[in-house]
Design a protein around this ligand. Sequence first.
Ligand code: NAP
Length: 332
Amino acid sequence: MKAVVCPGKELPLQVQEVAMPAAGPGEVVVAIKAAAFNHRDWWIRQGQYANLRYPVVLGSDGSGIVYEVGEHVSIDWLGREVVMNPGMNWGDSPEYHSREFKMLGLPDDGCFARYVKVPASTLFPKPTYLSYEEAAAIPLAGLTGYRALFTKGNLKPGDHVLLTGIGGGVALLMLQMAVAIGAKVYVTSGDDAKIEKAQKLGASGGVNYKTEGWHKLLQAFTEGFDLIVDSAAGDGFRNFIDLARPGARIVFFGGTQGAITNLNPQKIFWKQLQIKGTTMGTPEEFEAMLQLFDRYHIHPVIDKVYSMEEADTAIHKMENASQFGKIIMRIE
Ligand SMILES: NC(=O)c1ccc[n+]([C@@H]2O[C@H](COP(=O)([O-])OP(=O)(O)OC[C@H]3O[C@@H](n4cnc5c(N)ncnc54)[C@H](OP(=O)(O)O)[C@@H]3O)[C@@H](O)[C@H]2O)c1
């Protein structure tokens, strides 16, 4: 079958013929119609991820039609339109994932291929109001964003929320979810045009994080944010302590800008702030996330749809954050 293979560190993604997967007990093979890129795919291509193996078929996100079911899997799944939860083996505690937790698209081959093999337990019906491209845009980013906003962030209608780096795949889906439930959302971006686009999606305002003193500009919008969700970390993180109202939550799931430096402990404990790390989410959160999308008929923003042959051009968009919305690969 045809697949987009990541052959090695810093090497271009290539279309290759690879072996067709076969469903084992408890597994299914899904014929992929569309797949989506995540920053994770870029980190793996660049050799900046844990437990690397090459060659590997990347792609944690996909949508398609169930093509083959293995032993112990209901044949009712055959021919159904599905999306897959990219997280597997979460484990028993809703607080944190098990040691066996893994993600589709490394170590196991992912969705940048005509067919992918997954455990049947990861299947969920594709929301019928979404196209294959839109459905593929949601799983990893939607799940991460849902847990960050609601489980960890305890987001409520009317809360003042700050979402940083709004051009990011997770950030943009969080904007759409938070606006849908009636939160007041502010954003940052390194690109003024993205802030304008975010305002068209319902953001109340935003500032460019490349502007000197950007955090002071944000203070003009609100007396303090109830929730701040970030994936950049780095030096800028310390400003969130000043931007948070007393008792607020600061949730983060990435470290794109590196280590967090110079946090003022006195301000954190005096304001009784909660700083929480989060990663992906439980199967229950995945289902709740899809239900939220369905309830509000949220259509994820798509930057551009690429062919399999254009995969390496597509993944480079994440190198300099030139996208606004999810980058999609149509699987012909
Ligand atoms: N732990 C998890 O479960 C999990 C899940 C998903 C993602 N992640 C991590 O979270 C990060 C984002 O992932 P993604 O897939 O959403 O990435 P993405 O779509 O490639 O977006 C990355 C965004 O980061 C923003 N950014 C860059 N520098 C920034 C800064 N100094 N301050 C604020 N924002 C900045 C940019 O926003 P602008 O374009 O608006 O400037 C950029 O668009 C990555 O590090 C990824 O590995 C972790």
